[in-house]
Each structure stands twice: as C-alpha cells, then as structure tokens.
Ligand binder design. Structure first.
Ligand SMILES: *Cc1c(COP(=O)(O)O)cnc(C)c1O
Length: 802
C-alpha cells in the first residue's frame, strides 16, 4: 500500500471510507490523520510480530528500560521518517489536496515527561530500535501528561493536558496480559518444611493493563515495544472496600504525571505509581523469561533491567521478592541474580531531588517490600562493618535506611552492578564528592555514559533543509555514522557553502518568526540574532542571569545614545512546576520585561524579548533549527548533562555556557574558538559551598550595572507590579544568591559582548556555526546506546531479518 503514490492514494481513500463510513470529501483533518496513522501501524505490524518472534526463538538477551517518564512528542512524522515513507505519503496526500504537515500538527504530543530525563528515555528507544538492539521501554500510561501552559497577564496558568481525548492510533491495549499489583495488607510468615516463607495477605489489588506502542528503527526491520501500564480496578473490590472510593483511588495511580523532577515528592500516590510501574513490568518480564527458559536461574544472562534514575528502584526488592517468595530461591542466589540484572543511571546531584521515603509511609503501603529492603540494609551494613569496623559514622552515612528514611539512591547503588552518570563532569562529581563513599567501596560499579539525542528527530525531522544541504555536500554516510559530519569542516569557510547554510538558517528563522507572530502577535526581525533559552524553569538553570543581562542592555540603550548593539531577539520557553513559587515569579518577570522592552520605541528595533508558551517537544522542533545562540548558563556543577545543548549544537547554534554538564564535552568536540565559555567552574562553586566566602552584596555594591538592575526589580521600573519581584530580590541579596547569579554577571556580560561582535562578522559566525554542526556527531544517542549495550547491558544487535 506504500509502494507507490498511486497505490498509497487508493489505499488511503479505501481505509478512510472503511474507518469512518463517509467519503473523503466529508472527512476532517482528524479523520485523515487517524486514517494515515492506522495505515502506518498496520504496515508496522508484520515487522513487530517478526521482531517478537525472533526474540522468542533466538532467546537473545533483552534490555528493559524502566522509566517513570517518556517524553515522546508526536509520532506520525518520526515513524514515517524511520520507515522511509515520508516522501510517498507527502506526494500522495498532496495530490488529494492534503498537506502532510497539517496532518502532523493535528497529533497531540505524547507528553509523558517533564524534561530532559523523559526526553532521554524517548531518544534511547529510537536509538535501540535503530541499532537493531533488543531493548524495550516500560512506563506508565498517564491519562494526563505534563500540564498545558497558558500565559495570562504574564502569569503561568496550568491546564490539564488531554493527549488521549481523541483515540491514540499508536497504542494497542493488551487486556490478555494484564497483571495484578498489591498494596497495603499484612505479611504472614509460615514455616514450610523448616523454611520460613512469607505471604502478602489482605492486599488491596489493582489491575495493570498494558498498552503497547511499536518503536520502529530507522531503516531497519526491528520494531521494539514501549509498554505503558494503565491502572484499573479489579472486578470485585478487595476487602469489601467501598466501590467508588476504590475505583477513584485505583484510577488515580495512572491519572497524572508529577510535574516536577527536581524535587523529591513525598506523596503516597507517587510511591504507588513507582511500585505499580515496577511490579507490573517485572511480572511481565518474568513471565516471558519463564516461557523461554523454564526457570529463573539464568535471568541475569538473558535480561538486563535498567532503572532511569531512582524512581523505579523498587525493581530491586520486587525482583528479590519474586525470587525468594515465589521461586523459593535462597537469599544468596536471589541477590546475585538481582544485582547482575539491574543497572542504574543517576541524573542529578541536587539534594532536594534525591528520593527519600519515610518508613511510616513506605512500610504500611508495601509491607513485604519494606521487609526485604530492611534485610538488604542489614546485610549491607554488616559488609560495611567487616570492611570498616567501628566506623559508625561512615556506616550511618551509607546505610539504606537511617533516621526513619529509606534512601532510594543508596538502594540503587547497592542493588545494581552498574551506576552511571550522564556526562563526564557529572560522573566525576559523583565519584569524588556526592557518592565518594560508595565509589570507594564499589569502584568497579561506577562509569560514565554521556547523554545523547536522536539525531533523526532533532536533525533529519526538525531540520530537513539542513539535512538536505549536508547530504548534497558530503553524501549520506553520516546519517548512520554522525561522526562523519566532520567532513563539513572542509567547507566551513567556503563562501558558496556558507551562503547556502545561511539561507537554510534564515528559512528556519522565518518559520519560527511566523510561529512567534501567531502565538504572541509580535513580529520579530529575522536578521536579528536569535538568542534562545528553552528548558524547564529552575533557579539553577539561571534564566534570571539572562533576564538581568537583558535589563542591563536595555538600561544601556536608554542611557548611552552612543551605544550600538547588534539587534537581538531573546527567546524564552519554560514551564515551571505548579508548586514552585520562585520559578513562577521568574516567568512573570520575563513577561513583564518583554512588555516593557517590546513597546519602547527607543529600543524595540534592536531588542526584543519573546516568551513562547507551552514549551514541549513539538515546539522545540521548531525552535532549535532557528537558533543562533544557545543559552546553557546553569551554575557549574548543577546541570548533570543537559541535552538541549546538544540539539542546539546539531542545528548550528553557538553555545554560551558555563563549564557544566555536557557543555564541557561540547567545548572539547568543537574547540574553544567555536563556543563562548564563561563563569565559575564546578570546583570553584563546590568550594564556595564547602568553605563559604561568597558574599553576593559585594558584587551588588561594587558593580553599578548589577546594582541598577537588582534595584529595578523592586523600584517601580516594572509598572503596576508592586511587590511582585521581592522574592527574587531577596534571593539575590538577603539569601546570598545560592546560584551565584551576581558572581557570574560580569563575565556573562563580557562574553555576550563578544558574541555580538562575532555575529556582526557574518563569515566568521557562519564558520563557527558550521563547525558546531560538524562536531555534533558525538552527541547522537546512537553512540550513547552503543556504549550502554556494550559496557552495561551486554546485548548484541540482531542480524538482518528475512
Ligand atoms: C531536550 C528537551 C528538554 C531538556 O532540555 P535541557 O536544556 O537539557 O534542560 C526539556 N524539554 C524538552 C521538550 C526537550 O525537548
């Protein structure tokens, strides 16, 4: 049905009539989108079945990637791309008078994640399938993904997201594979022939129903599976519980995504979600393994289970429970299998994000799991004692349970065979500081896997014009071997190539400019420098530093008539967690600044500030290709990796950044002359935290530029907002500026001046920009996933099917 545009057209029309019982001329865009989606899914089916069949018959080792978030975005376009069907569909639809882009836009983003961590999981699925690796995702099918953001009067307003409002063509409900998950109740111990056995009784069970989504590889036959679990009531409520209460509590488990991944959310519902994901996924994994192998003694040779941060860490005690209670294994063997099956990625060193569960919440909800964690802790502490006798302080610091809290990161390290950070500098900080005691005890477990991005979505799909230009220039080998983008270095100074490269960027800027106009009613100058900061709103990411610098530029334009500035459009996109008061104030501040700057006739030709609401994957795909400058200005040591920085680089934006996360490796790849680095280093920041010595008021008093902009936060510069920004003012001066915004202000202003100068030299700028694209190959998630596959999971690519 996709072999030619004629057969596609005929199949499309027939399918539409069969699905909707109406003729093409009466169909809506949604009907057309659904029709095409169903056709693609049917086309995938035979390969999906074949992949599963092969996995079964060859009994190859499989990886399961457990993640509380999958930030997939839209799937029609990326599926068509990976299946090589884009052109035939585009051409066929065009003859029917349908614009494929318009169909794609009618798809809701699958926004089952907050930001980097969830998007990483999505990029990893794409790479696993594209590398023919047997790796599958396990997650939760939230009814509502991350909230939709509206800006009203400058404030963020959150609306419930509704991606399932219309049916989801990419999922298949597999009711026959539903499993039960039990909470609450008690543990009974029984002596069976001299062996103490434990049973979880009077549990409140809920049903986990899987919805499977196919994950297609790029130009391969592999179709892996993303299995998302839906929480549903069992037919008869357990323990004679009130039916309506039971139903409401059950459905709540997969109702909402928690809108924050930087704070530890100490809520029962969150712990329920975590156990629900883990327990359902493990049952399923183990059932398949048993069908193929008969027993679980070789589980770790056939299965790798990866936990994306600590949210799925209960996989460790849950696997132990299955091996001990259901398989009747002894502790030593069960522990060996568990540790060798599970691996863990750490995503942050922010202490407020490290999960710690109070025992009084954990124990009643998961009584048997708690017992097992307690035993793991006992045995671990005993081992510590053997190595460090009488070192009470060390043992207390490393214990899994201490002071009434279960420390999930400690459980993850002890119960897995591999612990990885997500960028070189992050892993070093883990080893030398945050987890140095564990690194000393288990040096062999620690390793680095620098994050990556799916270049198919973030370059081929988001920036087809640049992709075409690259192919015309250096051929197509780089598409599967992105390191070969390096060949572009030979033309970075070639005037003809530069001109073509420039025109591609201009086209992308014009496309973004129309989106900006459509969303905000503001027209921006596409010849101005597009300076972009898009990411979650968080104090450590320092959107505030960017804002204060814009205020300074504005002041200078007003005061110094001789000041000439390279015209700039500052573009922001960011959601703040609904309960994060300070972050919401920054959003209001950006919008107030935009209102002021954009309406001032004296400045509006050279300075524009745009806040694009509802930042999400589909919007991101329009932003990255249009950026000239990428703002990666987190307080050094705080951003574990960042992946936005990689998307910008791959699309030719030049980084203004601190020596933090993957910025360090970006600099290494692209060279110091093609990046703008400024500010405190991670060591300097960490030493300030350790030894003190920073006084933000010194910087306030000694730099008139800082004094002026900080005063403007509270002095009536922003009309009609009263005390709106007092909390921001206080964070800088009263609370001593935890994220060193004032400390880094001057170096930031200096480097931004250099950026302006560089941009005014068009040929130099283009050379730098091209160098960034040419050096971005390292940051494909194909490289990252190949490293995980080889070093951690020990899985192999499948041979070619058929
Ligand atoms: C890549 C991405 C992120 C992560 O951005 P960082 O700058 O690394 O924090 C967050 N949200 C979306 C929608 C993304 O595509």
């Amino acid at each position: 049905m996709f072999s030619s545009k004629e057969s596609f057209k005929a199949a499309f029309l027939e399918k539409l009539e069969m699905m909707y019982g109406k003729s093409f001329k009466d169909s809506t865009v949604r009907d057309q989108y659904n029709t095409l989606g169903h056709m693609v899914r049917e086309y995938i089916s035979s390969r999906w079945i074949a992949t599963n069949e092969r996995n079964r018959t060859e009994n190859t080792k499989q990886t399961y990637y457990l993640s509380i978030e999958f930030l997939l975005g839209r799937l029609l376009g990326s599926n068509l791309l990976n299946l090589d069907l884009l052109q035939v569909c585009k051409d066929g639809l065009e003859e029917l008078g349908i614009n494929l882009d318009e169909l794609e836009e009618s798809e809701a983003d699958a926004g089952l994640g907050n930001g980097g961590l969830g998007r990483l999981a999505a990029c990893f699925l794409d790479s696993l399938a594209s590398l023919n690796l047997p790796g599958h995702g396990c997650g939760i099918r939230y009814k509502h993904g991350l909230f939709d953001q509206k800006i009203v009067d400058g404030y963020q307003v959150e609306l419930p997201e509704q991606w399932l409002r219309h049916d989801n063509v990419w999922e298949l409900r597999r009711h026959d594979q539903a499993v039960e998950v039990g909470f609450w109740g008690q543990v009974e111990a029984v002596n069976v022939n001299g062996r103490l056995e434990f049973r979880h009784v009077n549990a409140e069970t809920i049903m986990a129903v899987p919805y499977d989504m196919p994950v297609v590889g790029y130009q391969t036959d592999t179709v892996n599976t993303l299995r998302l679990w839906n929480a549903e009531p069992v037919p008869f409520p357990p323990n004679n519980k009130n039916v309506l209460v039971y139903k409401r509590e059950t459905e709540a488990v997969s109702e909402f995504l928690y809108p924050d991944d930087t704070h530890d959310e100490g809520k029962i519902l969150r712990l329920k979600q975590q156990y629900f994901l883990v327990s359902a996924s493990l049952r399923n994994i183990i059932r398949l393994h048993k069908e193929r192998n008969g027993n679980l003694h070789n589980l770790h040779e056939k299965i790798a289970i990866h936990i994306n941060d600590t949210h799925p860490v209960l996989a460790i005690p849950e696997l132990m429970r299955i091996l001990l209670d259901e398989e009747k294994m002894d502790w030593e063997e069960a522990w060996h299998i568990t540790v060798h099956t599970i691996s863990y990625t750490n995503h942050t060193t922010l202490s407020e994000a490290l999960e710690k569960w109070p025992i009084h919440i954990f124990q009643p909800l998961l009584p048997r799991i708690f017992m097992i964690v307690d035993e793991i802790n006992e045995r671990f502490c005993k081992n510590l004692w053997d190595t460090y006798p009488y070192d009470w302080k060390r043992i207390e610091e490393m214990a899994i349970i201490a002071h009434g809290l279960v420390k999930m990161a400690h459980l993850a390290i002890v119960g897995s065979h591999s612990v990885n950070g997500v960028a070189h500098i992050h892993t070093e900080i883990l080893k030398q500081r945050e987890m140095h005691l564990f690194h000393e005890f288990y040096p062999e477990k620690f390793n680095n896997k620098t994050n990556g991005i799916a270049h198919r979505r973030w370059l081929f799909k988001a920036n087809p014009q640049l992709t075409n230009l690259i192919c015309r220039t250096i051929g197509t080998d780089w598409m599967k071997q992105p390191n070969e983008l390096r060949a572009l270095l030979t033309v970075k100074d070639d005037p003809a190539f530069q001109e073509e490269f420039y025109r591609v960027k201009q086209g992308n800027k014009e496309r973004l400019a129309s989106r900006i106009y459509q969303q905000t009613g503001i027209s921006v100058d596409t010849h101005s420098l597009f300076d972009v900061q898009v990411k979650r709103l968080h104090a450590y990411k320092r959107q505030l530093l960017n804002v204060l610098h814009i205020m300074y530029l504005y002041n200078r334009l007003k005061e110094d008539t001789g000041f000439v500035m390279q015209p700039r459009t500052f573009i922001f996109g960011a959601k703040a967690s609904p309960g994060y008061y300070y972050a919401k104030k920054i959003i209001k501040l950006i919008n107030e600044l935009a209102a002021k700057v954009n309406h001032d006739p004296q400045t509006k030709d050279v300075l524009r500030v745009i806040f694009l609401e509802n930042y999400r994957v589909s919007l991101a795909e329009e932003i990255f290709p249009a950026a000239d400058v990428s703002e990666q200005i987190s307080t050094a040591s705080k951003e574990a990796s960042g992946t936005g920085n990689m998307k910008f680089m791959m699309n030719g934006a030049i980084t203004v950044g601190t020596m933090d996360g993957a910025n360090v490796e970006i600099r290494q790849e692209v060279g110091d002359e093609n990046i703008f680095i400024f500010g405190l280093t991670a060591d300097e920041v960490l030493n300030y935290y350790k030894n003190g010595g920073y006084r933000s008021t010194d910087y306030y008093h000694h730099d008139w530029r800082i004094r002026k902009v900080v005063n403007q936060l509270v002095s009536g510069f922003f009309a009609d907002v009263g005390a709106e920004f007092e909390a921001i003012y206080d964070s800088l001066l009263i609370q001593n500026d935890e994220y060193f915004v004032l400390r880094d202000f001057a170096p930031y202003a200096d480097i931004q001046e250099q950026v302006g100068k560089a941009y005014s030299d068009k040929r130099r700028w283009l050379s730098m920009s091209i160098s960034n694209v040419a050096s971005s190959g390292f940051f494909t998630s194909d490289r990252t996933i190949a490293q995980y596959a080889q070093d951690i999971w020990r899985i192999e690519p499948a041979g070619v099917l058929r």
